[in-house]
Design a protein around this ligand. Sequence first.
Ligand SMILES: Nc1ncnc2c1ncn2[C@@H]1O[C@H](COP(=O)(O)OP(=O)(O)OP(=O)(O)O)[C@@H](O)[C@H]1O
Ligand SMILES: [Mg+2]
Length: 377
Amino acid sequence: MATIRLENITKKFKDITALKNVSFAVEDGEFFCLLGPPGAGKTTTLRTILGLERQDEGIVYIDGENVNKVHPSRRDIAMIFQNLALYPDKNVFDNIASPLRARELEEEDIKTRVVDVAKKLKIDWLLEKTPGQLSGGERQRVAIGRAIVRQPRAYLMDEPLSNLDAKLRLKMRVSMKELQSELKQTFVYVTHDQVEALSMSDRIGVLDEGVLQQIGNPEDIYRNPGNMFVAKILGNPSMNFIKCSVGKEAGAINVKHSSFTLTLEEKALKKAVQDSRNVGSEVTLGIRPENITIFVEKQGDGTVPAEIYVTEPLGNKTIVDVKIGEEIIKVITQAAFPGKPGQNIWLRMKESKFHLFDTESGNYLFHASEDSPLRVN
Ligand SMILES: Nc1ncnc2c1ncn2[C@@H]1O[C@H](COP(=O)(O)OP(=O)(O)OP(=O)(O)O)[C@@H](O)[C@H]1O
Ligand SMILES: [Mg+2]
């Protein structure tokens, strides 16, 4: 059992600052995902928790204890790496048993623990095989088994599924989640795959260029992204961004695009837009592809004229690239979508699902909701 807390961690490699003032706390038994693109600082974060990297500034706490001066081997945390290295000549049993043998446990104890772990991971029928005789997913389970068998206080996992093919990843995602709920132990799981992060985590920390952008549960981060980076990294296809400008009509502030105008009834929104930007300046409107509906016939108020650019049928749905003014945005629609490129269409965007961002800083200005929608005119 363990809590892990990072307080103002900064880590430099010569002129590269890999982590900038990173702080977060992982609760006991929590499945915490660190999500970020290549080079974001994810591995560096894990290595710092483990003690393989020494931070330049800040403190790592494990179970409330400052472990800055505690040797990695005494932090009692297991790390599972992306490129797992199993002993090729040893069978699965001996691979899993190796950390226990290193500790000189009784052979009887070892057997009980290895078999127990192998059952948990559903690889107990493979104990006599060598790694060369296993599939990628099975090898991954053996590597996980070797980490679990030590019964550490917490687990750090560095993209453990990234070497597996898509189908296997899906299967392993479910087993990782099952495993964690069974072990009820603290997991810090690193990935650049937003689906993994959304589907497995209790909470996600989004990291970019060494800066922690936002922390929250998957639903909250998805619904209320703090900035355009977070908005973009979650969701597939990702959120559409539409360039707009702040306007003013009859004394009321609005958000203008060449194809539509959004009126701002909500006080908070007026304040957000007015405070940050003057009339005439640029803001970015965000809307996710699943929150737009396509109509082939003109509808009533609130629909926006557009044109089909490309359609991409994907079996269970179709992604349609749509031209709205000079911009192309994506819409998720039904499988058998009849539209053709070049065809004029109308879009209805869910008024409770808009986001407004400051174009320059990328920070959010406003998230619309059922209670405070943005009206399309
Ligand atoms: N030992 C090192 N020496 C110099 N620079 C390093 C070292 N380790 C990491 N870096 C740099 O620090 C930054 C963060 O690297 P890190 O490996 O933590 O990223 P990451 O998020 O794990 O990326 P990936 O998804 O590619 O694994 C990168 O710019 C990287 O080049
Ligand atoms: Mg990495």
